[in-house]
Write a protein that binds this ligand. Sequence first.
Ligand SMILES: NC(=O)c1ccc[n+]([C@@H]2O[C@H](COP(=O)([O-])OP(=O)(O)OC[C@H]3O[C@@H](n4cnc5c(N)ncnc54)[C@H](OP(=O)(O)O)[C@@H]3O)[C@@H](O)[C@H]2O)c1
Length: 259
Amino acid sequence: MTTLGILGVGDLTEKMVRGLVRSGQLVASAIHLSPRNGKKADALAREYGCVVHSSNQAVVDAADVLLVGVRPAQLEGLANELVLRAGQPLVSVAAGVTVKQLASLFGEREISRAMVSYASEINQSTVAVFPGESGAEQVLSTLGTLVRLKTERDFELATIGACFNGWVYFLIDEMQQWLAEKGLPREAARQLVQSSVADAAAYSRFRAETSVGDLGISIATPGTYTASGLEVLRQRGGPEAWLAACESVFKQLDILEAR
Ligand SMILES: NC(=O)c1ccc[n+]([C@@H]2O[C@H](COP(=O)([O-])OP(=O)(O)OC[C@H]3O[C@@H](n4cnc5c(N)ncnc54)[C@H](OP(=O)(O)O)[C@@H]3O)[C@@H](O)[C@H]2O)c1
């Protein structure tokens, strides 16, 4: 069985570990954790039996495949303290750091990038990977729906998809707060909004042959309350604001990639 070494146990990789154990793809004793930020690593050791090592190098030495989960600015410090085995594969979840940049930090080897969300914890994340068909796919695919990207530019676009996932939480929150302020019990407001988002995603998936825009048009027919609210959203620049956010993040990723 593959052993996985996690360098940087933080908010995201903690959830990935939970999803990996939950899926049964890896037994907990095959998951080796770096010691820094010990609270999270210790909790995973206590709850599941993952192995926490006393140094990052010990994690490298114990693992077949490495998963790098530190923040982009922390990569150089991490790379400087490690000696990886020749050919040891590495997967990075660091946003905006290219395969070329990773190779210059960690040395030439099989390097993959992955973009996942917190729903990794329940094996329902979007799992964007670049390059496609890397050795890490088998492990990562257990965290949700695998989307293979052919180019690194496509992968950066998938990163914006991951940001969109985060923005949806705020949209849900605003909507449920508004309903609650108008008097709906908080729990009912939360359930209604969560269910509305899941319902639209599920139905548009079911009607795969119809564009999502056409489905919207079929719902917001003239004279409906949906159409009247949509008009206000458009007048106030709602769609433009979302697109401007996408363009802004894409520009930042493009600048990083060009370095
Ligand atoms: N969170 C998300 O939803 C999300 C989504 C997509 C991609 N990402 C990417 O995932 C990565 C992690 O994000 P995060 O939100 O999980 O950040 P985080 O919670 O700060 O996790 C990073 C972890 O790595 C540890 N660390 C830093 N340097 C280390 C070193 N040299 N050796 C061992 N451990 C080290 C940090 O410890 P300290 O706290 O002590 O520094 C922290 O526990 C980032 O690169 C980000 O771009 C995150």
